[in-house]
Design a protein around this ligand. Structure first.
Ligand code: C5P
Length: 440
């Protein structure tokens, strides 16, 4: 994996050296981008020697290579450790006055901050609000550890150990699925790797998505109520994963944004890869709607097609306390105030992150007194503005968690343009057949 390690100016910068060494030992290519202040703590030669890559802090170095864009776009993962209070404030403001901040703005991969500072600075309302904003935008901010700080004082604010940062950061990107391309896999085959023909359905499929980048969201979002509870839904992610696998098998470069997939679906993703299915997916794991939105938009900037198959929570708790909400004996439950989540699909459809991008949504519906499944689907297709909406009936064992599905495909005007039923993979292929017709 290509990891960009940002280091900012705090005393814990020395631990970034250990983190760098650990990541290199695990086989990752690491490019270190320190801030000027970080170099007051650890010298550039240390980072250069351990990473085997040049180190610079300025956008004006290597101008012909347009480094600040190339570094961000080329990374599979960005880790900033330590992230100072000042750096987080600059990231929130979107400043771009050195190589690290400009690189962050160009990055389209998971971004992890590991803050380190004194407890008072960590607890300051400005820092709390900056951390909340960063999390809302999809940055994964690791909780600082508690313990001995720079002086004799102790408390929360300590940089977690390098092993813990590496584990938490790497868990966001499924390393086994990143950086694998159909070309790599055909090389595997030519080197005599066994291939499970029954798994590799790409054998007979047209490569009509070759050279196309697609983003598929799958699963269901979870909105935290407090650190241990959440509001979630029953989506297993089966249809979304089938869409990702079908697209990969047809030659696409796929980013799967996976929100809390059922365990057997995650296992299926891993098993398919192990069986040399052409599942050339990058997998970005997310939990909440904010994280999913940020990951889909980040990958969507470069995508020809975005398919929103995830079940996204329409509402989230207005506030998420840092501590578990306690039951007070004798008092009833405290009400949970909800606020509306952004409609990611409608945003994508109305904004269009790229010209000619095809945007596809799903509508899981139940019929009721006000209309049939299809009536509701039609209304939704017109409201969302997507190019294609796959409407399916849910409830009574249909749709969620099952292996089969039945969808009616509507265009943006709500007119029926196709129908598909069968396994979720068959439905996925029918959706891609319809998408291919819309691609320029
Ligand atoms: O409005 P409804 O949730 O039924 O719409 C379903 C479609 O919209 C799905 O494609 C889902 O991924 C997407 N969606 C979204 N953002 C939301 C809610 C739904 O992108 N907040």
């Amino acid at each position: 994996m290509r990891i960009l390690l940002g280091v900012t100016g705090g005393i814990a910068a020395y631990k970034a050296v250990l983190l760098l060494r650990l990541l290199r030992e695990q086989g990752h290519a690491v490019r270190v981008v320190p801030t000027r202040a970080a170099l007051e703590f650890v010298g550039a030669p240390t980072f250069e020697a351990l990473s085997g890559e040049p180190v610079s802090t300025e956008v004006f170095d290597d101008v012909p290579g347009v480094q600040h864009v190339a570094l961000g776009k080329g990374a599979d993962l960005v880790i900033v450790a330590p992230a100072t209070a000042d750096f987080m404030a600059r990231a929130v403001a979107g400043l771009a006055d050195d190589l690290l901040t400009t690189t962050l703005l160009a990055a389209r991969c998971p971004v992890v901050f590991a803050p380190a500072m004194h407890t008072e600075m960590w607890d300051h309302p400005a820092t709390r609000s900056n951390v909340a904003t960063l999390r809302e935008r999809g940055v994964h901010v690791i909780e600082p550890a508690s313990g001995r700080l720079t002086g004799v004082d102790t408390g929360p604010g300590r940089l977690p150990e390098p092993e813990d940062i590496a584990r938490e950061a790497l868990s966001l990107v499924d390393a086994s699925l990143v950086g694998s391309t159909p070309q790599d896999q055909s090389q595997d085959q030519s080197q005599g790797q066994p291939q499970d023909q029954s798994q590799d359905q790409s054998q007979d499929l047209p490569q009509d998505l070759a050279g196309r980048r697609v983003v598929v969201s799958a699963g269901g979002t979870r909105e935290p109520i407090d650190p241990v509870r959440f509001i979630g839904n029953r989506s297993s992610g089966r249809q979304g994963v089938a869409l990702a696998q079908a697209a990969a098998a047809r030659g696409a470069d796929v980013t799967l944004v996976a929100a809390n997939l059922a365990q057997d679906v995650t296992d299926q993703v891993d098993a398919a890869r192990g069986a040399s299915d052409r599942l050339a997916c990058s997998v970005v794991r997310v939990e909440s709607t904010a994280e999913l939105r940020s990951a889909v938009r980040a990958a969507g900037v470069e995508a020809d097609v975005v398919v929103m198959a995830a079940a996204v929570a329409d509402f989230r708790p207005a506030a998420t306390p840092d501590a578990k909400i306690k039951k007070v004996p004798g008092q009833g439950p405290a009400p949970i105030e909800l606020v509306e989540n952004p409609d990611i699909l409608a945003e994508l459809a109305h904004e269009r992150l790229r010209p000619d991008q095809v945007v596809v949504g799903f509508a899981a519906e139940t019929g009721d007194a006000s209309g049939s499944v299809l009536d509701h689907g039609r209304t939704k297709a017109r409201r969302k503005g997507a190019d294609l909406i796959a409407v399916n009936a849910v409830g009574s064992g249909r749709g969620f968690g099952t292996d089969s599905n039945e969808v009616t495909l509507l265009d943006g005007a709500g007119d029926v343009v196709g129908q598909a039923s069968g396994t979720k993979r068959e439905v996925a292929d029918a959706v891609w057949d319809a998408v291919v017709k819309l691609l320029p």
